[in-house]
Design a protein around this ligand. Structure first.
Ligand code: SAH
Length: 273
């Protein structure tokens, strides 16, 4: 079978640089090794023609599964690699019921389709207690945003939500010349390693809502976007209008969301409870 034709709608940019492929695979498990004697169940998202897969299969400390949406790529992998049966699933990662495939911890790796990279990370958050490590290649701007600290213009929803649960490392930048066809943007590889947190110290669902709502108007003082949440608390507590105004006069509401650390958002969430 010939090579897979790159399909734009599926975000297909095939990595052609073998050194980069090896470096991505080497990044997995180097800070977060599997318990000895137990290969780490690992899911590769979007293997394409298998440039990462070939190195993943060499590793005895990895028990590999793959999910690929493109049937042409699936066919390619089946004909070019041994042992794909039972490991390779054809389908959409975003719709995959991960708990049906992995009873316990598993890692994720991939040169992610850039059009769905944010959704991939939101899904990682849904399964954070089962996913100790993620190594992924994404658009450079997305990698920077995720790794960014408070105070920066690109610090956003995914930065806060992911940093709450993961240590983020920006590993290296990959130029567009390393791909066929070359994407319009530069790429970067990041590693997420689950931090020690088991709970945030606040209502986690409300935390998500607060972060998303606050960044809904990121250039404004948070008093604006968070007013409805404060009003909801006021009605729960039976506050007067004056009490609500006094509540919203607290200094934290004069800040912009990009200035707040994870801990600040935890405090804010408890305030709004
Ligand atoms: N890993 C390969 C391909 C990267 S391109 C390489 O490095 O060369 C992204 C890959 O993700 C493509 O193969 C594309 O078909 C696949 N893909 C796109 N959307 C997907 C989805 N929702 N679920 C699973 N795979 C997907």
């Amino acid at each position: 079978m010939m090579e897979v034709r790159a399909k734009k709608a599926l975000g297909q940019h095939f990595l052609t640089d073998q050194k980069v492929a090896r470096a991505i695979v080497d990044a997995l498990g180097s800070t977060c090794p599997a318990p000895t004697g137990h290969p780490m169940p690992t899911l590769e998202v979007g293997p394409g023609m298998g440039v990462l897969t070939q190195y993943l299969l060499e590793r005895e400390d990895i028990d590999l599964r793959l999910i690929e949406i493109d049937s042409e790529s699936v066919e390619y992998l089946l004909t070019h690699f041994q042992g794909m049966e039972g490991r390779l699933m054809e389908g959409d990662f975003l719709r995959l019921k991960l708990e049906k495939i992995f009873p316990s911890a598993f890692a994720i790796i991939g040169n992610f389709p850039y059009n769905i990279s944010s959704q991939i990370f939101f899904k990682v958050l849904d399964y954070k207690d089962q996913i100790p490590e993620v190594v992924g290649m994404v658009q450079k701007e997305v990698a920077e945003r995720i790794a960014e600290k408070p105070g920066s213009k690109t610090y956003g929803i995914l930065s806060v939500l992911l940093q709450a649960w993961y240590d983020i490392e920006y590993l290296f930048t990959v130029g567009s010349g390393c791909f066929a066809p070359p994407p319009k943007v530069e790429s970067a590889v990041i590693r997420l390693t689950r931090n020690g947190r088991t709970s945030l110290g606040c209502d986690e669902a409300l935390f998500k809502t607060v972060v998303k709502t606050a960044f809904g108007q990121r250039r404004k003082m948070m008093r604006n976007p968070l007013k409805p949440l404060a009003a909801a608390k006021a009605s729960r507590e039976g506050w007067t209008q004056e009490q609500l105004s006094a509540f919203l006069a607290q200094p934290v509401f004069s800040q912009r969301p990009e200035q707040l650390s994870v801990e600040d958002f935890v405090e804010l969430t408890n305030l709004l409870r």
